[in-house]
Design a protein around this ligand. Structure first.
Ligand code: AMP
Length: 355
């Protein structure tokens, strides 16, 4: 099935109606595309800026088929799309990024197996599926370490720390004794991420790595440029290209890295636009959202060049309320997601401060 290049005016289907879907939809509109959002929840942020929205569950195969028939290409804003939903969609329209990228990143073990098979470094890890497996994993990895659910983790959720080896059972119970991975605790100096893109013709473009700081398990700031040596910066970008090529990837990907004296360790990959790439909206001519839309539409990619240094800060919960203060600084670009309720821990918007 060829979609290269999709004419402006075509319709892009987006699975997921959160803020990432919203910003993808805005970018698509700027290029003259229409968007159709598929989202189980009512009144999603992306619905406010899309041409059409379908409210249905990912298990509703009829709704998925109708959605697929109404669009020209399908993409997604999150990685936990059920395999059966993909089966139904792929029969009708191309889904990009591809299934291999989704399957690899949906499960922390398959992700780490894939990365280490590529020759990249990850934290030491071991699979946990049974009580005996937990014991063996704790014996192999030791403590301090972090137990993480293999699937459905985000913003530090689905994780429990082991200070000592005896914490293993308690940590596993906290996570519902589901399938997990035990990871050795990495003594990193900083966390960085690379937002990379790969086009249908295989060309790869990466933005400069950003330096990430988390607060309460949620990304707080991303600062560009990151405090990396030239060699580390090259390494980060090259390994991102390696991952994109190995997956025959089309679209934008976020690659999270730990910087350690032993080199760069890959924490995780996200087969989608990424929170740590929001700085590109005010730091680059072509931001990550337009880059993704261009990639999946078979259009040429932007060159990823940065025209400004930027600090992106997420607005969590009530931090979004004082709009006057947020607008007072002329060097700040304000991005709000149109969410009705500012619940604690909820990402409500972000600011990009040009420095
Ligand atoms: P994750 O959900 O895997 O991205 O983890 C969320 C955050 O927890 C990361 O950004 C790190 O700050 C921290 N973290 C995760 N895994 C490790 C690890 N193996 N060692 C040290 N810190 C970690």
């Amino acid at each position: 099935m060829t979609i290269n290049p999709l004419p402006s005016g075509s319709t892009i289907g987006i699975l997921g109606g959160g803020q990432l879907g919203r910003m993808l939809s805005v970018a698509a509109s700027r290029l003259g595309f229409k968007t159709h959002i598929f989202e189980p929840g009512a009144n999603p942020p992306a619905g406010q800026v899309a041409h059409r929205i379908t409210t249905a569950a990912y298990s509703d195969l009829e709704a998925l088929k109708t959605f697929a028939t109404s669009v020209d290409v399908i993409t997604f804003e999150f990685e936990n799309i059920p395999a059966e939903a993909l089966d139904a969609l792929e029969e009708i329209r191309p889904v990009l990024p591809n299934r291999k990228a989704l399957a690899t990143s949906q499960d922390r073990i398959s992700e780490k197996d894939f990365l280490t098979a590529l020759g990249l470094k990850c934290a030491p890890y071991a699979n946990v599926e049974t009580a005996a497996g937990l014991q063996a994993a704790v014996g192999k990895i030791g403590a301090p370490s972090i137990l993480k659910t293999r699937r459905f983790g985000y913003d530090g959720k689905g994780q429990s720390r082991l200070k000592t080896a005896v914490d293993g059972q308690k940590a596993w119970e906290e996570l519902g004794m589901t399938r997990c991975v035990l990871e050795g605790f990495v003594d990193f100096s900083i966390e960085v991420s690379v937002i990379g893109a790969r086009a249908l013709d295989g060309s790869v473009v990466c933005y400069d790595p950003g330096q990430n700081v988390h607060r309460d398990g949620i990304l707080h700031t991303t600062t560009i440029p990151a405090e990396l040596s030239h060699a580390q910066q090259m390494d980060a970008v090259i390994l991102t290209g390696q991952i994109l090529n190995a997956l025959d990837y089309v679209g934008v990907m976020g690659v999270e890295l730990f910087v350690t004296p032993q080199g760069l360790l890959v924490n995780e990959i996200a087969p989608r636009v990424h929170n740590s790439g929001h700085w590109t909206q005010n730091g680059c001519t072509i931001d990550q959202f337009e880059q993704h839309i261009r990639a999946i539409s078979g259009w040429p990619l932007g060159d990823g060049q940065r025209h400004s240094d930027v600090t992106m800060t997420n607005l969590i919960g009530q931090e979004v309320n004082d709009v006057a203060a947020l607008c007072a600084d002329a060097s700040v670009g304000l991005h709000l997601y149109g969410k009705a309720e500012a619940k604690p821990g909820r990402k409500m918007g972000h600011i990009n401060k040009i420095r």
